[in-house]
Ligand binder design. Structure first.
Ligand code: SF4
Length: 457
């Protein structure tokens, strides 16, 4: 999961400070690195570094840059290494002109494409799948950049939401399945593209609309042109996990409020999973909080902010090793003293991935005096890995893939454990199963043809 952001000012105003602020709002989508790119004097300029936005970039330096169009990226590595050169945006000055690209998603045929290109002389500078797009463009000598980009996009498979900078032109493109979100915004004569609408709020821009799956938006001095990718999808595969966990609750994705979806997930839990009425309901902060509110509201139970989160420690989900992950739970979450004393507790979490966090917090809640602890999960069991831009572990590490629900309940030390179904997940999001990707829950991955002609450039 990564975040992309782009801006184009038609009146020539400087946009890099907007990019910086937009990236700050998208920080939850990636904490490994941050970067920005702009084009000046016919060449790409890139500033990027490892760490959070404020660590990787200097706001005051960027505010001095006069660029009227630019893109930015926050990275959470799902493909490629973690070296500084793997940070995005990636840029190049090739025969047809400068290009910079920021990518959210995972290309599922990048390995085959990059080995095809390497055999024809391409020298890859990074280990990112995104570089394949630039190399595909550079291997079309004499083709104007926009056309070369469209041809490159017709050859890649998998998930991509892109912000691309060409000479005096900002491009937003979303794969035909719509895996990752991408929105268009506007403030006066400046257009913005962003992974999530919350990034528009911070800069005072209004949400115009989602970039449609399979759409390429070309933004320049003349306005916006919408083009269609040559590849058509049979159906959409909007990532359901964005609504469950990844996206910020104050974002609107594909016309649906993430906050409302999360509350409805909790309401589904209340209707189908049964909770003891006298219990105290608490959410695992922050991503389980809104589902807990929805559950408590629907069931007429008391909601308490019963688990406190240390805001200055990152998400345990994205820590790199099991040892660090386990240490992370202890310093990250703490039960509110006195809230659970002598009571039953219903703890709501968005999902169970490895189960480490749930096991630790359940034992901490028991230690704080709870008589019984019931776990409620606002998504179906995660049993399959994701190949579309989320770093879920392999099935061997996914706890729900390794045991059934009663075994899992025992493993995490809960008195009861319930999940919602895929149908309830879709109902809560407000999209039919045929519009959503639910592959990490049900194993129904996007089926793509094994088309060898894609490898011919
Ligand atoms: S497999 Fe899961 S996380 Fe990956 S895109 Fe599909 S729903 Fe989202």
């Amino acid at each position: 999961m990564c975040g992309v952001f782009g801006a184009y000012s038609q009146s020539g105003s400087a946009v890099l400070e907007d990019i910086y602020l937009g990236l700050c709002a998208l920080q939850h989508r990636g904490q490994l690195s941050a970067g920005v790119a702009w084009i000046d004097g016919g060449s790409v300029h890139i500033k990027k570094g490892l760490g959070l936005v404020h660590e990787a970039l200097s706001q005051s330096e960027l505010a001095q840059v006069e660029a009227h169009t630019a893109i930015g990226h926050v990275r959470y590595a799902t493909a490629g290494g973690t070296r500084p050169e793997d940070s995005q945006p990636l840029g190049a000055n090739y025969a047809q002109g400068p290009i910079a690209i920021a990518h959210n998603g995972n290309l599922t045929n990048a390995v085959a494409l990059s080995s095809y290109l390497a055999n024809r002389g391409a020298i890859f500078q990074t280990s990112c799948d995104t570089e394949t797009i630039i190399q595909l463009m550079a291997h079309q000598p004499g083709t104007v950049q926009l056309e070369a980009l469209e041809t490159a996009l017709s050859k890649i498979k998998g998930a991509y939401s892109l912000a691309v900078l060409l000479n005096d032109c900002l491009i937003a493109a979303r794969d035909p399945w719509g895996f990752r979100p991408l929105v268009l915004g506007r403030r006066d004569d400046t257009y913005f593209v962003a992974s999530e609408s919350c990034a528009l709020d911070i800069i005072g821009a209004e949400l115009v609309r989602d970039v449609e799956p399979g759409e390429i938006l070309v933004i320049d001095r003349r306005g916006i042109i919408s083009r269609k990718l040559p590849k058509e999808a049979q159906r959409h595969h909007h990532c359901s996990f964005e609504y469950v966990y990844f996206a910020r609750p104050d974002s609107v994705i594909d016309g649906r409020s993430v906050y409302s979806a999360r509350k409805r997930l909790g309401s589904c839990l209340a209707k189908s999973c049964g909770c003891p009425r006298e219990a105290v309901v608490a959410g695992m902060p922050d991503s389980g909080t809104f589902a807990a509110l929805g559950l408590a509201e629907e069931a007429g139970m008391d909601f308490e902010a019963g688990v406190v989160r240390n805001r200055y420690v990152g998400r345990t989900f994205i820590q790199p090793t099991q040892r660090v992950r386990e240490a992370g739970v202890k310093i990250k979450l703490n039960p509110q003293p006195g809230i659970f004393d002598g009571k039953e507790a219903v703890i709501v979490d968005d999902s169970l991935v490895r189960g480490t966090t749930a096991g630790r917090i359940i034992s901490m809640i028991r230690e704080s005096g709870a008589e019984r602890v019931h776990m409620r999960i606002a998504s179906p069991p995660v049993r399959y890995p994701c190949y579309y831009g989320i770093d879920t572990p392999s099935s061997e590490e996914l706890i729900a893939a390794q045991m059934d629900i009663p075994e899992l309940c025992e493993k995490i030390g809960a008195d009861s454990l319930r999940y919602i179904s895929c149908d309830e997940l879709c109902e809560a999001i407000g999209l039919p199963l045929g519009e959503l990707c639910t592959a990490c829950f049900d194993g129904n991955y996007l089926e793509e043809e094994d088309d060898q002609s894609l490898l011919e450039v």
